[in-house]
Design a protein around this ligand. Structure first.
Ligand code: SDX
Length: 383
């Protein structure tokens, strides 16, 4: 590559600030701590809407009427069933499998019974709703199976969030816990062109199928820099144990150039609005569940980390308190990211369906820095 040509090329590492399409699904105002789904603020939605309403809003594009919401709920309920093949699969996994690996593998396996490429929008939408319904059932079923218990079938009278808790815990959750879970699912449902959404878009742009698209999203969300941070953040807070240990821990971690999980964001250069909502929930839930000391430790860690990172515009994100909230709802730590994934299926599906309306294969370029025209050397001559 001639040097003058190379000088004119800019490499956008991590595609930082690169825009790949126009979208009307989500607006993140990273400077003013604002988040909107289809024009509604996340605070307004979590104050008033159910997760089912939020999922409908994201995927279809407007808030549902009562009739449309009832129809979605009926479709979700009919799709909560798992086939004998899926149930046999779930019972075949090692009990030590990570639930994110279980979710990714099992969602992918659904294509074995409903395979095939299609460009039919109604089939893509139907498959997206099917996966949205089955993801929590798969997560909850594996949680029961690894405890040596039989999976539970969801109850018609419960909503999506309440059924999720019921299928995991085996008892009808309180209205309070159900509402907290509902809000947490809505907070995780969508976030513009994040890594896992982009992964789904790339897969969709080749005209692959919805099972492959959602599998790609789950696989991408798994990483600790993305969806895996909630699990890591809670482990960090529990490792610290008491507020008094926070100073030393944060100092040591930063001295070792390690990251404070649940802090920092590519877009937010101030507080993540989802953090604000989850922190308030964690404080109240901590009091209700007798976990106030864990909350106090988290607040001290947050304060110490902020003191050292906020000048670099590194603030707490959705993952700092989400793990605490899920823990206080009695959910095991390795379920946090699968729960995040089950909620984000709505956002992934919304972006994929929108992108396919004006599809273009996603295929960037690299800057070549290797050699050219090398001569082949027979293996016996290679040293
Ligand atoms: C999610 O994109 C989305 O919208 C994601 C998400 C969604 O809803 O889909 O919001 C969900 O993934 C939230 C983020 C969860 N991840 C974490 O909490 C893991 C810890 N955070 C980071 O690793 C980091 O902040 C990222 C990955 C989230 C963002 O990183 P960037 O924008 O690529 O920035 P960077 O990694 O280049 O860091 C810039 C500097 C570095 O310092 P230097 O090497 O330049 O000296 O900031 C430092 C970093 O070391 N830094 C941190 C830090 N995050 C960044 N230092 C300490 N602790 C941190 N958490």
């Amino acid at each position: 590559m001639s040097s003058e040509v190379k000088e004119s090329i800019t490499i956008h590492k991590g595609l930082d600030s690169i825009r790949v399409n126009e979208s009307s699904i989500c607006l993140i105002d990273g400077e003013r701590s604002r988040l909107y789904y289809r024009g509604y603020s996340i605070a307004d939605l979590t104050d008033n809407a159910s997760y089912e309403e939020v999922a409908y809003l994201l995927i279809i594009g407007q808030l549902p009427t009562q009739l449309q919401l009832d129809e979605l709920k009926n479709t979700l309920f009919s799709e909560y069933t798992l086939s004998p093949i899926t149930m046999t699969l779930l019972k075949s996994y090692p009990s030590t499998s990570h639930p994110m690996d279980v979710l990714r593998t099992t969602i992918s396996s659904l294509a074995l019974e409903d395979g095939g490429l299609t460009q039919d929008k109604s089939v893509n939408l139907q498959r997206a709703i099917r996966i949205l319904a089955k993801a929590p059932v798969i997560i909850a079923a594996f949680e029961r199976i690894r405890q040596g218990k039989e999976p539970l079938t969801p109850k018609k009278e419960l909503g999506h969030a309440a059924n999720f808790l019921y299928m995991i815990h085996g008892e009808i959750p309180s209205n309070y816990d159900s509402r907290i879970m509902d809000i947490a699912l809505s907070l995780h449902a969508e976030h513009e062109m994040n890594a896992s959404t982009f992964s789904g878009i790339v897969t969709a742009s080749t005209l692959s199928d919805m099972y492959s698209i959602i599998t790609a999203g789950i696989a991408t969300l798994r990483g600790s820099l993305h969806g895996g941070a909630n699990e890591e953040a809670l482990k960090m807070i529990m490792e610290i144990g008491t507020p008094e240990n926070a100073v030393t821990f944060v100092e040591e971690r930063l001295k070792q150039k390690k990251r404070i999980m649940g802090f920092g964001h590519r877009i937010y250069k101030t507080y993540d609005p989802r953090y604000t909502i989850l922190k308030a929930i964690a404080e109240k839930l901590g009091g209700v569940k007798g976990k106030a000391s864990l909350y106090d430790t988290a607040v001290r860690v947050e304060r110490e980390a902020l003191g050292r990172l906020s000048d670099s515009k590194i603030f707490p994100n959705v993952d700092f308190y989400s793990g605490l909230v899920f823990h206080m709802l009695g959910l095991r730590t390795d379920l946090f990211t699968p729960i995040f994934a089950s909620s984000r299926i709505a956002g992934w599906a919304a972006h994929v369906l929108e992108y396919l309306e004006d599809n273009r294969l996603i295929r960037p370029k690299a800057v070549y820095t290797g050699k050219v025209d090398l001569q082949y050397t027979p293996i016996e001559q290679r040293t």
